[in-house]
Write a protein that binds this ligand. Structure first.
Ligand SMILES: [Zn+2]
Length: 339
């Protein structure tokens, strides 16, 4: 697959987004095989990465060095055979709940061990495994990891963090309140409360984000109350219950900056697991340039030309969102190159 066009991209507008990368085949059909995880562990060929509370493990020192050099930051891995020993698993044993199957690529199978879940649920021997593997690593968030890692590694890390956020955040069934168990190699949960088994799947919270432009191709940038001084971005918000994406984009624009938006064009999407969002990006054409911020969430907003933006950044009066955000990619797409 040419790197010009990510396999996760639908359009050629935002061709590669920091958290929408990866080339691992999910192998969905294998997830329900009860032998999958014990088999991968004891055959010892799987690659195991580590996730805990929204962060992934990298070899100690990489989190400081990687951003300063051209080279890439890499995930720490541990041998599956070591993990099988540490967890006391044999081939007939139960699959540990804290292990997620991420898929395979070029003959390699990838697993994630969730130390956060291990610490919370602890099958026999897991406490010991947690202590053993929780050494010698730096822990980095996806926003720090993604801009400096390869597409495959970003894909693995993003899947692991999304599953971990959900599995650790939901330990009781939202339908009946009974405890749940991880199922389908981490991609589902099973609840057997009240004697009736049901399967639960991760909830994803869609949010729309819109770069609003006017007839002169100026971009509307806004500053929100919760952000540090000078930080600006484009218009964004969560999709309401029963709403479609287009309505959400136009409603948020009206609420935050008072601008009616006409034509909307889909640009791309990326997961944003903080903790469970999916960011869906549009470019919207303003029908009116008068700006009226809500004064609550959005404190200020202004139209900028490309020259304006460069000058504001150079003077230190304006700062753009981080490189892992879809907002940064959208602003750069409008500008025409990296900023
Ligand atoms: Zn239930």
């Amino acid at each position: 697959m040419p790197s010009l066009f990510s396999p996760l991209a639908l359009t050629r507008v935002l061709t590669t987004l920091p958290l929408a990368q990866g080339d691992v085949d999910y192998q969905v059909a294998r997830r329900t095989d009860p032998d999958l995880l014990p088999g991968l562990l004891t055959r010892g060929k799987a690659v195991v990465i580590l996730v805990r509370r929204g962060r992934v493990a990298v070899p100690r020192g990489q989190s400081l060095l990687a951003p300063r050099r051209a080279g890439r930051i890499r995930l720490a891995t541990i041998p599956a055979a070591y993990l099988a020993d540490a967890l006391g698993l044999d081939r007939s044993g139960p699959a540990p709940e804290a292990l997620y199957y991420l898929g395979s690529r070029q003959g390699a199978d990838y697993l994630a061990l969730d130390l956060g879940l291990l610490e919370g649920t602890c099958p026999p021997g897991a406490g010991e495994a947690g202590r053993l593997v929780d050494k010698g690593f730096d822990w980095v968030g996806l926003d720090g990891f993604a801009p400096h890692a390869s597409p495959r590694q970003v894909g693995l890390a993003t899947s692991a963090v999304c599953l971990s956020n959900w599995q650790t955040g939901q330990r009781f069934c939202p339908l009946c309140g009974s405890p749940v168990r991880a199922a389908q190699a981490g991609w589902a949960q099973t609840c057997v409360g009240r004697g009736v088994s049901h399967t639960l799947f991760p909830r994803v919270e869609p949010a729309v984000i819109t770069s609003i432009v006017d007839a002169d191709d100026r971009l509307l940038l806004q500053h929100n109350r919760a952000w540090k001084e000078g930080l600006v971005s484009v218009c964004a918000g969560f999709v309401e219950a029963g709403e479609n994406l287009e309505h959400a984009a136009r409603r948020e624009a009206m609420e935050e900056v008072g601008v009616p938006v006409g034509e909307l064009r889909y640009m791309g999407s990326q997961p944003w697991p903080f903790p469970a969002s999916l960011m869906v990006a549009f470019k919207g054409r303003a029908l009116d340039t008068a700006v009226r911020t809500d004064g609550e969430e959005t404190l200020s907003a202004r139209w900028v030309s490309r020259d304006d933006l460069v000058a504001l950044i150079a003077r230190g009066d304006m700062e753009l969102p981080g490189r892992a955000t879809i907002a940064r990619s959208m602003i750069q797409e409008w500008y025409g190159s990296d900023l």
